[in-house]
Every structure is written in C-alpha cells, then in structure tokens.
Design a binder for this molecule. Structure first.
Ligand code: GUN
Length: 285
C-alpha cells in the first residue's frame, strides 16, 4: 500500500504558484486577489476560511474576508458580492458554504461573476465542466484529479465508484472522471447495497461525512481509495469516511486523513485564483 501524499503535493504546487505570482507582479503589475465571504460562527467554516487566508498570504495573494453575522439578510450578502464583482483588485470570489437557512444559496452562487467563480459553483462553470470545456472546477474534486495524476494513476477505462452526490464534491468528481474516460457510478444515501457497488470498483472515492463507512470487506484487493471525508472522531482526532486501519492493508493506494485530499483543496483554490488573475491581467493588457 502506498499513501497518496496530498500535503507534499500541495507544498510543491504552492512553490509553483508563488513563482508565478512574482512573475505576474513583475510583468503585469498585478497581485492576484481573493475575496472570501464567511457567514455565521460555524467553527469548521471558520477554520477552513482561516486556512485559505493563510495559504493566500504564503503565496503572495491579496485576500480579504467579509465576515457576516448568522442573521444577515440576503440583500446584504448580495450587495457584498456585487461590490466584489465590480472590484478590479478582486480576481476570485468564494462564498464559504453552508449558508444560514434564511439565505437563498442558489441566488448567491448565481450572482458571482463566472470569471471570478474560483470555487466553480456557478451553473455556467458547472455546465462547462459537464460539457468538457475549460472553466473553473470545484477545488476538492480538482485536487483529487491532480493527486491521481501525480502518482501516474490513469483513470481511463477504470471502474470508479463515487460515494456522495453533492454539488461540491460528488457530482463534479464524477464529471471529471467521466471527462478523463473513466467508467463512473455515483452512489448516495438512497443507494441499495453500497457494498455491491464498491466491491466492483478499481477506484473508490468517498466524501459523505460518515466515519468508517468504507470497510475492508467492501473493497476489492488492490483498489485505490480516495477518502474525501472529514470528521471529528470521539477522541477529537480528524478522520475520514474510510476505516483506514483495515482498508489500508488491502488497497494499493490510499489518501490519509488528514494530509490527503484536504491540503489539495486549498492548493486548487490557489491555482484557480491564479488562473482567474492571469485571465483578468491578459484582458486588461
Ligand atoms: N464548504 C465545504 N466545502 C467547501 C468548498 O470547497 N468551498 C466552499 N466555498 N465552501 C465549502
């Protein structure tokens, strides 16, 4: 069994992004800028936004976080997004999800200008992804593809079983795999007999937030396991959706939690923001 080391790869990507940022500053006088909108006091969201901000600082981006109270109005968030859409110093806009229940999330995500949609959540970018066109792709599944690529794992013709059908992870993950010529199944909360599906998989990709959902009797020998889950165990430790101790004895590759997919998500946010900044810079030139 070999570990797919997302931490190491994310550090390599950060070095590349840092170099590119210096070049963009020197040649175009442009500093990539990311605006983050964080609503409410959810500790996990606060921790994620903190990590994203620190990563921006490390690579030399400009970043600004708009923190808003839990009881904020739809209009107030929309006004902030409109401001960021119009701000030439902002290349990327990220609205940390989930949003409070009084907020219409769809309307918020649709308001972000597609060329600044570094999370790839706007239906325009979702459509481009499913049609196989270039655009912004959600950071977590994009990070998984980069990690597979780093270890020369070609998904072409492979049976890939995605467990979880969210707009943030499962659906874009399936689209990326399909675009790379994999055979793809998406399983979800209503799937009958999950094991029947995962047992057949060359690659299992799981991100649902259920500790120990994938056990060793659910995978075939030598399968590749991508654990996109992130959960807090009773002992306070971070764990994924895979029973790592037992599954790791049977699989060929596996992502650890932490240190697998998580750091790749942040690295892809940096990559997407740099991409947006480069496009904006070339349009200004
Ligand atoms: N909430 C959980 N994952 C994500 C993500 O990748 N981006 C944003 N904006 N919110 C999230």
């Amino acid at each position: 069994m070999q570990l797919l080391d997302g931490r190491a790869l994310s550090q390599k990507i950060e070095i590349k992004v840092t170099t590119e940022v210096k070049k963009l500053k020197a040649q175009n006088g442009v500093t990539p800028g990311l605006a983050v909108i964080l609503v409410g006091n959810d500790p996990a969201s606060q921790a994620y936004v903190n990590m994203k901000k620190k990563a921006c600082d490390r690579v030399g981006f400009y970043s600004v976080t708009h923190e808003m109270p839990e009881d904020i109005s739809q209009d107030a968030i929309e006004n902030t997004i409109t401001m960021m859409n119009d701000n030439p110093n902002i290349d990327g806009i990220l609205v940390q999800l989930p949003l409070p229940s009084q907020i219409d999330e769809t309307r918020i995500l649709e308001l972000v200008t597609p060329s600044k949609d570094v999370d790839g959540f706007h239906p325009y970018n979702v459509g481009r992804l499913t049609t196989g066109l270039d655009g912004f792709v959600p950071c977590t599944p994009l990070g998984v593809m980069e990690l597979l690529n780093e270890y020369d794992i070609d998904v072409k013709g492979k049976n890939c079983v995605v467990v979880g059908a969210s707009n943030i992870v499962g659906k874009p993950m399936a689209a990326l795999l399909l675009n790379a010529d994999a055979t793809v199944e998406i399983c979800h909360i209503f799937t009958d007999d999950l094991k029947k599906h995962t047992l057949n998989a060359d690659i299992v990709l799981v991100g649902v937030g259920v500790i120990n959902l994938i056990k060793e009797d659910m995978i075939k020998d030598g399968a590749i396991i991508i654990d996109i889950g992130i959960n807090r165990a009773e002992n306070g430790k971070l764990v994924g959706d895979v029973d790592f101790a037992n599954v790791s004895k049977k699989c060929s590759y596996i992502t650890p939690v932490p240190g697998g997919v998580g750091p790749m998500t942040i690295a892809m946010l940096l990559k997407n923001t740099l991409k947006a900044a480069k496009i904006n810079a070339s349009e200004k030139a």
